[in-house]
Design a protein around this ligand. Structure first.
Ligand SMILES: Cc1cc2nc3c(=O)[nH]c(=O)nc-3n(C[C@H](O)[C@H](O)[C@H](O)COP(=O)(O)OP(=O)(O)OC[C@H]3O[C@@H](n4cnc5c(N)ncnc54)[C@H](O)[C@@H]3O)c2cc1C
Length: 441
């Protein structure tokens, strides 16, 4: 059993950000980053499907302490290289313990014990940088007669080395993944059919746009609040701006009820105009030997079916959490400022915004964590435990992955402004650490 000051779990954007701020604020503190995968990057190490790229601008998605120097939208492999470079530049990589999965965390006698697939650790603090989704089990809907299908079925989360050149491909799904992937598949496939249960909002990004972190933050949030305050006129404006929209593909929901997908330099809009591409707004009835049968009776012949059907949301990497031998069910907790949970001492976690860069939140949460640790050091405190307070939690966005997981998330939420980065930024900086919602002992 190794004793260390802080255990960080996960080496994606959140893990790297956390390590950067811990080192900066506490040069003498010891920490380890425990990572289940064989390399760092998290999402950007795992996602390998064709066309994978960022869907928020890189001015805000890059770190403020190592600004992104490339174009406004980045390809997945370039984000991975950027994260690798950042971890090396700030000497973070040598703290990562790869190929090691944390299986349980238990709190007793004012310390955490992290049980892993290799060594176990004790620490005063744990910071979960485990992302938002289940790494081993994506949302993979099962359809009738799938066993009769003679083609290949693959999910974008587990891409591997799938060959699509010269094939007839069906892409199931209409979210960000399907929209970014389709143009890349279309280039080499023989024929592509996009099967979408419902239409989604898609807008274009100009790949040559130049901006700054400050401008992009302001512009993105103004655009969001404009679309939420003036829902009808905003929808009309989008429809008028893009000739793509016609009476078959206008989404039934309001703009920003779900995260809009982005076409880059019109790649998606151009791809769907090609004669070898068709779009079906229909539900799937069942699989057949040579393809997919839709509920309207039409059969889509395909030898490769790609499930761009999204993720399964998961909190704290699915790790079992025990406090004084009692197992914690996340639905019995309240979410403190989107960074801690009631009844769970000295454990912090990262999550993102619905409408803004994930990295931006990781940075302000990491700074707040450092302020909390400094406060505890100064007052010689052993534990900080949020109270069960706050308003009843509501789904942050109407996205299916959120709706499917509501009962696995905290039932109450205390001051978590998941759509307002500016408010969060000010509150995290200006409010007292001992704000009445946390028990310090
Ligand atoms: C295709 C795609 C595009 C995206 N584009 C954007 C975008 O443009 N802008 C944006 O804001 N967000 C985007 N996101 C969301 C994205 O997940 C976050 O931006 C960000 O990468 C999450 O970083 P993270 O470090 O918190 O988590 P992750 O990247 O998910 O990393 C979590 C790490 O924790 C490790 N881990 C988990 N459980 C354990 C355990 N029990 N033991 C040990 N290790 C564990 C995992 O192996 C992983 O390496 C995108 C997501 C996807 C899938």
């Amino acid at each position: 059993m190794k004793k260390i000051d802080v255990v960080i779990i996960g080496s994606g954007i959140a893990g790297i950000t956390t390590a950067y701020y811990l080192q900066k604020n506490f040069p003498n503190l010891s920490y380890v980053i425990i990572e289940a995968r064989s390399d760092l990057g998290g999402t950007w190490d795992q996602m390998k499907f064709p066309g994978v790229r960022s869907d928020t601008d890189m001015y805000t998605y890059g770190f403020s302490f190592n600004p992104w120097q490339g174009s406004i939208v980045a390809q997945g492999r370039d984000i991975k290289a950027y994260l690798t470079d950042t971890a090396k530049k700030f000497n973070i990589r040598e703290h990562i313990l790869f190929d090691t999965k944390v299986t349980s965390l238990s709190w007793s006698d004012n310390q955490w014990t992290a049980r892993t697939s290799r060594n176990d650790f004790t620490s005063k603090y744990v910071i979960c940088c485990t992302g938002s989704r289940d790494y081993t089990s994506p949302n993979f809907p099962k359809f009738k007669d799938e066993n009769k299908y003679q083609g290949e079925i693959v999910h974008t989360q587990d891409w591997g080395d799938v060959e699509f050149k010269g094939k007839s491909v069906a892409i199931i799904g209409s979210g960000c993944t399907a929209v970014t992937m389709a143009p890349a598949i279309v280039k080499e496939a023989k024929k592509v059919t996009l099967v979408q249960r419902s239409a989604a909002w898609i807008v274009n990004v100009d790949g040559k746009e130049k901006s700054t972190r400050r401008n992009k933050s302001f512009e993105t949030l103004m655009d969001y609040f404009h679309s939420r305050l003036f829902k009808k006129s905003y929808k009309k404006m989008i429809i008028a701006r893009y000739p793509y929209y016609n009476n078959t593909n206008i989404p039934s929901y309001d703009y920003w009820d779900q995260r809009p997908a982005c076409s880059l330099d019109n790649d998606y809009f151009d791809a769907v105009k090609l004669s070898k591409v068709s779009v079906e707004h229909q539900e799937i009835s069942n699989f057949e030997k040579n393809g997919i049968k839709l509920k309207n009776g039409k059969v889509i012949e395909c030898d490769l079916t790609i499930m761009a059907t999204g993720l399964n949301a998961q909190l704290l990497g699915g790790i079992d959490i025990l406090v004084n031998d009692k197992k914690i069910h996340m639905n019995d907790t309240s979410w403190y400022r989107g960074m801690m949970f009631s009844g769970i001492p000295n454990l912090f976690a990262h999550t993102g915004y619905i409408n803004f860069s994930w990295t931006a939140r990781c940075e302000i949460v990491s700074q707040r964590i450092c302020r909390t640790l400094k406060y505890m050091e100064k007052k010689r405190l052993a534990s900080c435990t949020p109270k069960y307070v706050g308003k009843e939690s509501k789904p942050s966005i109407e996205a299916n992955y959120v709706l499917r997981s509501v009962d696995k998330f905290p039932s109450r939420t205390y001051k978590f402004y998941n759509s307002n980065y500016y408010l969060d930024y000010l509150i995290f900086k200006l409010t007292r650490i001992n704000d009445g919602a946390v028990d310090f002992k």
